[in-house]
Design a binder for this molecule. Structure first.
Ligand SMILES: *[C@@H]1O[C@H](CO)[C@@H](O)[C@H](O)[C@H]1NC(C)=O
Ligand SMILES: *[C@@H]1O[C@H](CO)[C@@H](O)[C@H](O)[C@H]1NC(C)=O
Ligand SMILES: *[C@@H]1O[C@H](CO)[C@@H](O)[C@H](O)[C@H]1NC(C)=O
Ligand SMILES: *[C@@H]1O[C@H](CO)[C@@H](O)[C@H](O)[C@H]1NC(C)=O
Ligand SMILES: *[C@@H]1O[C@H](CO)[C@@H](O)[C@H](O)[C@H]1NC(C)=O
Length: 332
């Protein structure tokens, strides 16, 4: 069990353990910012709540304008079912279209699947696909890593020293991320899940502020929306007020563990889902019914799309109804 614990703790994907608990203070600060900025953001983008229909497909819209109308963007439904796999490549057997679990949405690592047919295979099975990439950290092992300018790198991340915080205000970083969004579009992704938008909560070495994050998320969401892809807000609970109109869903890690799920319920009120991940002790082999039940019965998450995962975000998943699944993958 020691080995398993060590392996899980080194995972590059679950980053909440070292974050500073600044949600409450942040909410107060940001309410002020919202007054200053919210109006401008709201005027530029009206892709806000209300349209929670899950099947408004954007693909065949003939709109000529460069910015899509809100109706042409995919707005996933509150409580939609999903699976997230970030450290492996899905293996979809076209002869056996049964996919496990048979959920509506798959959130997968973009680069790992870039030169595969997985996105179109999932579409053929009637699934929607959210493509994950890190927007706020430098990862040395990505195909475009050489494009980053050293002057845009801050501190290594506390728990993942091979990843480095990025200056999200840098035009060069933004150009690289715009190219990543184009890759997602080329792959046919329905949405993007840009990670590490909350550098301001961490010792980032670049004096990143929540205002910069708001501006950056605005940039990313507008780029994605212009390509008819939806965008999510990863964690970053204290800037929800500012960016809620710009994004179509939340991806949250461990709001139960950090007792902040109520912060994310504003997504639900806006008709937008919260794709919610908890990492139970001992997952996958030693999750007790009791610990699952405790996570799943936490206040305020009844309408969240909750999954129980290992911190490596591999193919194992458990749902609050007790269903357990292992998605077929090619590696691992
Ligand atoms: C996919 O193929 C393109 C074109 O050959 C290449 O530039 C890119 O790096 C590849 N992506 C991955 C993740 O291997
Ligand atoms: C890298 O950053 C430095 C300092 O900001 C700048 O002078 C240089 O032009 C940048 N290089 C590239 C390739 O963007
Ligand atoms: C981050 O980039 C912006 C825009 O280029 C620049 O003004 C700022 O000084 C940079 N921050 C750091 C810490 O280098
Ligand atoms: C959410 O969806 C699940 C099925 O995936 C269903 O069992 C549950 O009742 C739904 N919850 C709410 C609050 O709609
Ligand atoms: C993904 O994580 C699991 C641990 O849960 C590990 O067994 C597997 O080797 C990992 N796969 C890759 C490709 O890193």
């Amino acid at each position: 069990m020691d080995d398993l614990d060590i392996a899980i703790d080194k995972s590059p994907y679950a980053r909440r353990d070292s974050r500073k608990q600044r949600i409450i203070i942040g909410v107060c600060v940001v309410v002020g910012l919202a007054l200053a900025l919210g109006l401008g953001i709201g005027l530029g983008n009206k892709h806000s709540g209300g349209d929670s229909g899950s099947n408004s497909s954007p693909t065949s819209s003939p709109t000529a304008s460069s910015l899509p109308s809100p109706a042409s963007l995919w707005q996933p439904a509150v409580n939609a079912s999903w699976q997230i796999i970030l450290n492996q490549t899905l293996n979809i057997d076209s002869k056996d279209p049964a996919i496990k679990p048979d959920v509506e949405i798959f959130d997968i690592d973009m680069f790992t699947h870039q030169n595969t047919s997985v996105v179109s295979d999932l579409h053929r099975l009637g699934k929607k696909v959210i493509c994950y990439f890190s927007a706020g950290s430098y990862e040395p092992y990505r195909p475009d890593s050489h494009l980053f300018n050293e002057s845009d790198l801050g501190n290594p991340m506390d728990d993942w020293p091979d990843e480095i915080w990025l200056n999200i205000s840098s035009p060069s970083v933004r150009e690289i991320m715009a190219a990543r969004i184009n890759i997602a579009h080329g792959m046919g992704c329905d949405a993007i899940d840009p990670d590490n938008l909350d550098g301001y909560q961490h010792n980032n070495g670049l004096d990143l502020t929540s205002l910069e994050s708001i501006d950056y998320i605005t940039f990313l969401a507008e780029k994605a929306n212009a390509k008819r892809m939806s965008a999510g807000l990863k964690n970053a609970g204290d800037i929800i007020t500012n960016v809620l109109p710009l994004v179509q869903f939340s991806v949250n890690e461990e709001c139960v563990k950090y007792t902040e799920c109520s912060v994310f319920s504003s997504f639900i009120k806006a008709g937008k889902p919260v794709f919610h991940i908890e990492y139970p002790e001992g997952a996958p082999s030693d999750v007790t019914t009791q610990s699952s039940r405790k996570l799943c019965s936490a206040p305020g998450i009844a309408s969240f799309s909750t999954v129980l995962k290992t911190k490596s975000l591999d193919n194992w998943v458990e749902y609050c109804n007790g269903q357990v699944a292992m998605t077929s993958v090619t590696d691992g």
